[in-house]
Design a binder for this molecule. Structure first.
Ligand SMILES: *Cc1c(COP(=O)(O)O)cnc(C)c1O
Length: 394
């Protein structure tokens, strides 16, 4: 069948797969052999659903933003992942993977984090479940994201600063992978986005797919049909977008719009717009579009939103673009800031800087009065207030 979902070999078209060193092969295989069976089991589903409801606060509302709709001349609904416990969508995935880890007999959780959001979500879930937690974070990020480091520590996690390479996310991932290799028996690597070697992209997409499952039901209540005309989400690695579109991937009545970080502009040399600028390559154990310099080395990405500056992108998304199933919009720093202030002043909702990129995409879409748009607000902006105030809209 012609589908945009993953195939039996762990690929989305030519993207995906598992390109890992021999030493890691065993861990990835163990995960691959277990994840579907566990995620599909009644016992897992019951525990996951209960925590999503009572701990995360799901379902997250689907909110008809009337003043924003009026501004754009169409109907815009916001999927409010910003209202989740810990303030973003990442908790959905963290809970799911921790439940899987426990069922696989692993007691120790490791994770990487850039901005610190995934580290906080992971540390939160480890506190909840009484598991040991080690978070790898580039030294540069440790300094930049001081408050999140303190949160992780308060939650009982050990934060290990990484001083190799540029001392950012990419280096933290490498250290986490080394740790995983060395402690295979008792350790589970809890990955934060829809990236990494198969089965991670598919597993994370499934755990986040609760977002589109809820949208289906909620949009039916509002509109009397179970699909919108447009789905809009921002893309860093691609997990909130994957969750938003999961149950609509093969429903071509729905236009998918992915907003990626243009940074200071596509031609500026300071961007993280991987879907625009990347070339096929391998990063962190999977094949995807990768931002590269002239020598083919992985380029250092830039975005004002720390959660979006990843030099790769999920394989599902790379394939959606290759097959023209989704359109891609690059939203620059200043455009995202403008969109954030607009939402704040029209609706009283301060979005995360990452989510502001999805909002900025609205300015670049040709919307008609009869269009129904669902846009995912992936997180709340409390963490970004200093950046917003330092960068007033131009
Ligand atoms: C981490 C993060 C993102 C980007 O990650 P995806 O995997 O692309 O969803 C987006 N929004 C918020 C609020 C985040 O914390």
């Amino acid at each position: 069948m012609n589908t945009y979902h993953i195939d039996d070999n762990g690929y989305y078209g030519i993207y995906g797969g598992a390109y890992v060193p021999e030493a890691l092969h065993r861990c990835v295989e163990e995960l691959k052999n277990n994840y579907r069976q566990v995620l599909d089991s009644e016992d897992f589903k019951a525990e996951f659903e209960l925590l999503l409801r009572d701990y995360v606060g799901r379902p997250s509302p689907l909110y008809l933003a009337r003043r924003l709709s009026e501004h754009y001349g169409c109907k815009i609904y916001l999927k409010r992942e910003d209202l989740n416990h810990t303030g973003a969508h990442k908790i959905n995935n963290a809970i799911g993977q921790a439940l899987l880890a426990r069922r696989m007999g692993k007691r120790r959780i490791i994770a990487e984090t850039g901005a610190g959001q995934h580290g906080v979500a992971t540390a939160t879930v480890c506190a909840l479940m009484g598991m040991e937690c080690v978070i790898y974070m580039g030294q540069t990020d440790v300094e930049r994201q001081h408050v999140n480091v303190e949160r992780m520590k308060m939650l009982g996690a050990t934060v290990r600063p990484v001083t190799s390479g540029n001392m950012t996310l990419k280096d933290a991932v490498n250290e986490a992978i080394n740790d995983w290799c060395a402690h295979l028996e008792d350790t589970f690597y809890l990955l934060g986005s829809a990236v990494g070697p198969h089965p991670y992209p598919d597993m994370v997409a499934r755990l986040q797919s609760v977002i589109s499952r809820e949208i289906k039901q909620q949009i039916t209540e509002h509109e009397g049909r179970d699909y919108p005309d447009y789905l809009v989400a921002c893309v860093g690695g691609g997990s909130n977008a994957a969750g938003t579109i999961y149950h609509y991937l093969d429903d071509e009545r729905v236009h998918i719009v992915l907003a990626e970080p243009g940074g200071k502009g596509l031609d500026s040399g300071q961007s993280a717009a991987t879907l625009h600028l990347g070339k096929p390559g391998i990063i962190h154990g999977f094949k995807t579009l990768v931002m590269q310099d002239e020598k083919g080395e992985i380029a250092e990405p830039y975005s004002i939103a720390a959660g979006l500056d990843y030099p790769g992108v999920g394989p599902m998304h790379a394939n959606l673009i290759a097959r023209h199933r989704a359109s891609i919009v690059a939203v620059n720093d200043d455009e995202a800031i403008r969109a954030a202030y607009r939402l704040t002043r029209l609706e009283g909702i301060i979005p995360a800087l990452e989510s502001s990129h999805a909002l900025g995409a609205l300015d670049k879409m040709k919307l008609r009065p009869e269009d129904v748009v669902v846009l995912t607000v992936s997180g709340r902006g409390d963490k970004d207030i200093e950046t917003y105030l330092a960068n007033p809209p131009q």
